[in-house]
Design a protein around this ligand. Sequence first.
Ligand code: SF4
Length: 440
Amino acid sequence: MSKSSKIGMVSLGCPKALVDSERILTQLRTDGYEISPDYQGADVVIVNTCGFIDSAKAESLEAIGEALDANGRVIVTGCMGVNENDIRELHPQVLSVTGPQQYEAVVSAVHRHAPPPQEHDPFTSLVPPQGVKLTPRHYSYLKISEGCNHKCTFCIIPSMRGLLNSRPVGEVMGEAERLVKAGVQELLVISQDTSAYGVDLKYKLDFWDGRPIRTRMKELCDALGSLGVWVRLHYVYPYPHVDEIIPMMAEGRILPYLDIPFQHGSPRVLKQMKRPAAAENTLERISHWREICPELAIRSTFIVGFPGETDDDFEILLQFLREAKLDRVGCFRYSPVQGAAANSLPGAVPEALMDERWNRFMQTQAEISRNSLQRKVGSVQDVLIDILDNDIAIGRSKADAPEIDGIVQVQDGRGLAPGDLVRVKVESVDDYDLFGRIAD
Ligand code: SF4
């Protein structure tokens, strides 16, 4: 076989972008390319960019500059690719620029600038059946759809990634099965709006394992729940039909975990934001879910300082936090995104006031999180081990997603390995993390 071309990859941004990077690398491995762990060894470097907010764009431009300095042959793709002029203005020497999900265009750009080996046989090459994964072997993101049908005024994702485009459920389940066979213990379901899964396909009937199955969130969760691994749902909105999956959480078929980006608690601000499910009575819905599944952990993100947010709106938000008692919460100060409709809304909140609100928000939530973690002292938790640090094993409970939530430090973790599932007795907590020992 002729010498393979080597590809470097820099992957920025959210888990959805990471899945795009995995897909591109899987295709390139199938085509006979090798993956280079560093800039110097690569024939060409792909930079998968993020363009969600201005700071992410700046980071993407910096990463392109670094790859150009270190290697010189750079192909740009991903969300910032829609702003080709901005990229070319600063870095005119990039070889090619494509937008998000333009897998074929990126792969053909690579073929153009670093030709694939002539004698490569895709049927005998050793691409793992689960594809190339950039996450540790024991967990994996599972992207169920692209794009989004909503029009949140602070967001430009629909203009970057297009309208909702769900993958048929048979295809998603095929991928999930391959991942589980390859050793994955936890599947993290991602999309822009998991609760809308299948709407664009009119919940099309598909087939998996010889059985008919609808392309719909409930049926997908049911099927994933039969695989015997942790299944965690991200980016869910509090629509009434989400009620249907809470019993599956109570029965232990999927993890009792929901990542719901609420963004605000004031109906007036939510309306200005044009958030999905803003009209639903969210607090009532949460309390109903907890009655069915008391173990349910809810993680969320919020924005403070959205244009027009008044003192009253902010107090409503704090009250929402106190009543919702969410388990894990992130908070961002509003920052305008080029091209977003919210930029033209009146009532910009001054920076100092935004900072003050952000601090009050964080203080309020820290107390709530501390109390909810405190209640876990003395309990026994199932923990999936991620890494080892000498005698200590670091893992996550069912309430913790990788990267964004807390961790569990297992003090007597010697002998454990990443991917092990163990029962841990919680002995103490701090603001974010749990500390414990293997339960007898
Ligand atoms: S739901 Fe709103 S914030 Fe999320 S991707 Fe769609 S438009 Fe953007």
